[in-house]
Design a protein around this ligand. Structure first.
Ligand SMILES: NC(=O)C1=CN([C@@H]2O[C@H](COP(=O)(O)OP(=O)(O)OC[C@H]3O[C@@H](n4cnc5c(N)ncnc54)[C@H](OP(=O)(O)O)[C@@H]3O)[C@@H](O)[C@H]2O)C=CC1
Ligand SMILES: CC(C)(CO)C(=O)C(=O)O
Length: 341
């Protein structure tokens, strides 16, 4: 509810996996939600409505009449809250579109991966409160309006008094928001986990299958160790998002498969069909977010007068894959390639 007792009006800019899942669950919890996205998604929702499921057995349906859909930003003009869930390459356009549509009272939340999307939105929306949030779980678009949350975790958001106005509806939607003062460290921690996105996209495999293979895990560990060394050298804090501290995760990743099945069981607790969002992009022939994820480590190295050869190579290989190159690396070949850097 808003302060004057009416349902909260929420626009979701970027009706894809994350946008439809969050928007659908918020609509089911009583918010007045409009999704802003492409016509193909609008047609799917008009035909099927939305079905939102998760790994705990939630199975929520929102009929087509229970949620708005638009292809442009005008509907966001009356929103109390706009959640931005486009891929990073689309953030400048999303910011420009919202700048032409929303007033200064609308709060904007970036539910995107990477470090800089909220800053990009802030630059376009200097009068609005813009907050970064972090989505820890994976969403699989199963078609026919069905979006499935395939792994665990709660949403995290930058601490700000504006959160109070909408935290209740997120709670009611089963999407509790954890407000954090040290949000940069949360973003770095998520980015470390997202270094797997490039490896997953290059493997061509579902996440669970990829992470079940030691050579792929070793490739991820190489990328994470390189990143952690740079973060430590710069004194950059990394939040603990997982039961193990981030510094221990590379060690966990490199244990033999049979051991990992036991000690890494939480990492394997993921829907067997779930893929990384970077694999989704390669599959759809779109530009990936590799520059906003692995590329951040390359930029951090450059700013420190150092090199990040493993992450630089992953950026290069994903760019090659975007241009039609190999998208089905075996773990051993990828690991050997990265080790030779
Ligand atoms: N998928 C996942 O499981 C997770 C994703 N994330 C992060 O969440 C963010 C969103 O990811 P995800 O949901 O997978 O992305 P998707 O690509 O599934 O969704 C984004 C949607 O927004 C549309 N879009 C982009 N620009 C516009 C525009 N100007 N007007 C209307 N529609 C637009 C895109 O269309 P088109 O493709 O045609 O441009 C696409 O349909 C990313 O930063 C990602 O890294 C975080 C955790 C998990
Ligand atoms: C949830 C996770 C880590 C893996 O699916 C992700 O953020 C992504 O796919 O971009």
């Amino acid at each position: 509810m808003s302060g004057d007792g009416r349902p909260l009006r929420i626009s979701v800019f970027g009706a894809g996996s994350i946008g439809c899942y969050l928007g659908g669950r918020l609509a089911a919890a009583g918010a007045e939600v409009t999704l802003i996205g492409r016509e193909r998604v609008g047609a799917e929702i008009r035909e099927h409505g939305l079905r939102l499921t998760d790994l705990h057995g939630a199975d929520i349906r929102v009929g087509a009449s229970g949620i708005g859909f638009a292809t442009g930003p005008a509907s966001a003009a009356t929103a109390d809250l706009v959640v931005v869930s486009v891929k990073s390459a689309g953030t400048p356009d999303a910011g420009a579109a919202l700048a032409s549509a929303i007033g200064s009272d609308t709060v904007v939340v970036s539910a995107q991966n990477g470090l800089g999307n909220a800053d990009t939105l802030r630059a376009a929306l200097p009068e609005q409160v813009v907050l970064a949030a972090m989505v820890p779980f994976n969403v699989v678009h199963r078609g026919g309006g069905h979006f499935h949350q395939g792994s665990e975790g709660d949403l995290e958001i930058e601490q700000h008094p504006a959160v109070r106005a909408f935290e209740r509806v997120f709670d009611d939607a089963g999407l509790p928001l954890h407000a954090r003062a040290d949000f940069r460290s949360v973003q770095w921690a998520k980015l470390l986990l997202n270094l797997n996105n490039a490896v997953n996209a290059l493997s061509g495999l579902p996440l669970r299958e990829e992470l079940s293979q030691r050579s792929f895990r070793r490739a991820v560990a190489l990328a994470q160790r390189e990143a952690l060394a740079l973060l430590t050298a710069r004194g950059i804090a990394v939040a603990k998002l997982t039961p193990l501290p981030p510094q221990w995760i590379p060690r966990l990743l490199t244990v033999p498969d049979a051991v990992f099945r036991v000690v890494g069981s939480r990492m394997l607790a993921i829907d067997p069909h779930a893929r990384s969002s970077m694999w989704d992009d390669l599959e759809a022939g779109r530009r990936t977010e590799v520059d906003w994820i692995s590329g951040e480590i390359v930029r951090l190295a450059a700013a420190s007068g150092r090199a990040a050869p493993v992450n630089a190579r992953l950026v290069e290989l994903v760019r090659e894959a975007e241009a039609g190159g190999n998208r089905h690396w075996s773990g051993d070949t990828l690991l050997a390639d990265l080790r030779s850097q």
